[in-house]
Write a protein that binds this ligand. Structure first.
Ligand code: PRP
Length: 216
């Protein structure tokens, strides 16, 4: 086996736990990562020569692009927004949700008549691409960092572009899905140089994961 460690960057939170669950199915475990009280940032499986670290979602493509991680697991929303030079190799099928244009029902007309409206989003690139390139509608994009649903309620914007999973945040705040931008899910991404240098190990990993996903 190669002496070189393969390094994984995982998104802190639920996605990391689901990824570890999937890796376990193909015999990859990282015991010390399971300790809920640990403040460690990087974990090693000496036997398999693997390292894992937890990062903020939007930073995962950055680590992979620069080669600080060979492999990353992150939502496709973040991949689209960060637009890094990385290979997207596998849809992991979990973390499923939708990127949508949402707002009060009455805002529907603004989208039909292509008015110059304000659009608030944590995903300005995705929002801009959707309005400018898919819809051919000129809009003003306002970048926010969270609780996006507030924007149309307090009058910051007419609509938002945001993730909808169960739809309860929208419902509880009197908002609806007006248009769907794209479906989303967790993806495995790979550094472009690692894909060449560690091709055998990485291809083998992808094939095993595909098998585990098919049998799920
Ligand atoms: C996300 C998203 C929505 C909500 C959708 O926010 O931005 O607000 O979850 O989920 P639902 O359809 O199941 O209600 P998150 O909880 O990540 O926090 P944020 O608002 O700070 O981005």
């Amino acid at each position: 086996m190669s002496d070189r460690y393969l390094t994984f960057a995982l998104c802190k939170g639920r996605l990391a736990n689901q990824t570890l669950g999937l890796l376990e199915k193909i015999g990859i475990t990282c015991q010390e990562m399971k300790d809920p009280d640990t403040r460690k940032l990087i974990f090693t499986n000496e036997e398999l020569k693997l390292k894992f670290f937890l990062a903020k979602g939007p930073d995962v493509p950055t680590y992979v692009d620069y080669g600080a991680a060979d492999i990353g697991v992150v939502g496709s929303d973040i991949i689209l927004e960060e637009n890094r030079n990385i290979y997207e190799v596998l849809d992991l099928g979990f973390g499923k949700c939708r990127m949508c244009v949402c707002g009060p029902k009455e805002a529907e007309g603004y989208l039909k008549s292509h008015e110059l409206i304000r659009v608030a989003s944590k995903y300005p690139r995705i929002a801009k691409d959707y309005f400018y390139n898919t819809k051919n509608q000129t809009v003003e994009i306002i970048k926010l960092n969270g609780s996006i649903e507030l924007a149309p309620i307090v009058g910051l914007s007419e609509v938002i572009v945001d993730i909808v999973e169960t739809g309860s945040t929208l419902r509880e705040n009197g908002l609806v899905v007006l248009e769907e931008v794209c479906p989303l899910s967790a993806r495995m991404v790979v550094n472009q140089v690692s894909m060449k240098m560690e091709n055998e190990r990485i291809t083998d990993l992808i094939e095993k994961l595909k098998g585990a996903l098919e049998n799920a």
